[in-house]
Structure formats: structure tokens, C-alpha cells
Ligand binder design. Structure first.
Ligand code: ATP
Ligand SMILES: Nc1nc2c(ncn2[C@@H]2O[C@H](COP(=O)(O)O)[C@@H](O)[C@H]2O)c(=O)[nH]1
Length: 196
């Protein structure tokens, strides 16, 4: 069953030109879960690895989930123009390394970014042909359940992320497409279709 709502506001790139796709949505909605599920079946889908000042969660590895950097290193990345976009999210900074993304697009390959609303807005400004996909929860209560149930954040951080989530949910109409994450399998299939 399709969960997709399409608004299609971004210009479609010329035929043959690879597309940049941005996946956003509130913390805990399931972005990483959906992308991991899709890439398990389709490892050829290229996902940008962001830099972050957040500390690694148990099991997260350098260069896989993120490039984990200190504040000073992140300052340098910003100052040297090495980030395509960056944002502060719930007390940490996150940014997309520019070169890897541009190299990939130049090589004719689609690119997927998993970033927050502020980053999505920056990409829309600088690369208007990018398609923006919003991942929405089936309900607010389910979002709270997922974020809490993940067990990776303290109650204070969960509170902070849920505050941001309200702002993110209110911005859904800025996105070209909304996918509702009821079923990981369904959404992963729909996302794959949007990428190709
Ligand atoms: N469709 C789903 N049904 C039930 N649980 C789900 C579903 N999708 C994801 N989850 C669970 O929700 C939790 C949060 O998922 P995930 O970490 O992928 O979210 P996220 O959007 O990437 O969060 P963040 O932005 O904080 O990184 C995980 O425990 C995951 O297993
Ligand atoms: N603007 C950017 N946001 C990013 C980037 N990488 C990840 N994120 C988003 O941050 C929050 C929190 O992530 P978490 O791993 O600490 O749970 C989430 O919305 C991510 O999508 C980035 O490069 N730029």
C-alpha cells in the first residue's frame, strides 16, 4: 500500500542528470532504519556520511554512521567551505561533506542525504533541483514511543528532540513528497522508487 503524498514542487533535472534526494523527518521517525533496510537489499544506493560533534552511540563507528569530530574540527570544516550544508540540532552540530556529494553527482550517480529540516532548507536554496522527501510518523504518540524506545538518549535530550519535532512536523508541506513510516518495508520500497 502506498503511503506517499506527492507535491512535486522542485524542478526535475534534465534527463540523464542524477538527482540529489534529501530525506528528513523528526528524530525517531525511522529515517536510519528505513535507509538501512533499503541499502541492505540495494547496497549500490549511496548515502552521504555526515560530520557531527555528537558523541558516538554504542555500536556507531567512525566513517560509517558519521565522521565524529571535535568542535574545533567542525569550525574548520565550516570556515573552509567544506560543508554543503550544516546545522545545529538539539545541542550538536551536523554537516554534509561537500566534495563527496559533488564527486558522486559529477560521476552521474544519485545521492541520498539524511539530514534535518534546517539542512533540507539550505539544500533547497543552493540546489533547487534536489527532491525533498519528508518521513512522517503514523502519529505523535508513535513518534514518542519510537524515540523513547530506541533508548539512546537521556530524558532531557528526548524532550529537546521532541520540541524540535513539533517544528519539523509543521514544515511537512515544504517537501516534495511525504512518506508515512508505518511499515519499514513499504517506505523503503517507495524511497527506492523515488531515488531511481
Ligand atoms: N516502521 C516502524 N515501526 C516501528 N518501529 C520503527 C519503525 N521505523 C523505525 N522504528 C524504530 O524507531 C526507532 C527510531 O528509528 P531511527 O533511529 O531509524 O530514527 P531516525 O529518524 O533515524 O532518528 P534520528 O533522527 O534521531 O537519528 C528505532 O528503535 C527503530 O527500530
Ligand atoms: N543538517 C544536517 N542534519 C543532519 C546531518 N546528519 C544528520 N543530521 C540530522 O541530525 C538529526 C540528529 O541525528 P542523530 O544521529 O543525532 O539522531 C537527525 O534529524 C539527522 O537526520 C547533516 O549532515 N546535516
Amino acid at each position: 500500500m502506498s503511503t506517499a503524498v506527492s507535491r512535486g514542487t522542485s524542478p526535475v533535472p534534465p534527463a540523464g542528470q542524477p538527482r540529489l534526494t534529501v530525506l528528513s523527518g523528526p528524530s525517531g521517525v525511522g529515517k536510519s532504519t528505513v535507509v538501512a533496510h533499503m541499502r541492505k537489499a540495494h547496497p549500490e544506493v549511496w548515502l552521504s556520511v555526515s560530520a557531527t560533534t555528537r558523541k558516538p552511540r554504542p555500536g556507531e563507528r567512525e566513517g560509517v554512521q558519521y565522521f565524529f569530530v571535535e568542535d574545533e574540527e567542525f569550525d574548520k570544516l565550516v570556515a573552509n567551505g567544506e560543508l554543503l550544508e550544516w546545522a545545529e540540532f538539539a545541542g550538536n552540530r551536523y554537516g554534509t561533506p561537500r566534495k563527496a556529494v559533488l564527486d558522486r553527482l559529477e560521476a552521474g550517480e544519485p545521492v541520498l542525504l539524511e539530514i534535518d529540516l534546517q539542512g533540507a532548507r539550505q539544500v533547497r536554496e543552493t540546489m533547487p533541483e534536489a527532491q525533498l522527501v519528508f518521513l512522517a510518523p503514523p502519529s505523535w504518540d508513535e513518534l514518542v514511543r519510537r524515540l523513547t524506545g530506541r533508548g539512546t538518549e537521556s530524558p532531557e535530550v528526548i524532550e529537546r528532540r521532541l520540541k524540535v519535532a513539533k517544528i519539523e512536523l509543521a514544515a511537512e508541506s515544504e517537501f516534495d513528497t511525504t512518506l508515512v513510516n508505518t511499515s519499514v518495508e513499504d517506505v523503503a520500497r517507495e524511497l527506492l522508487a523515488l531515488l531511481s
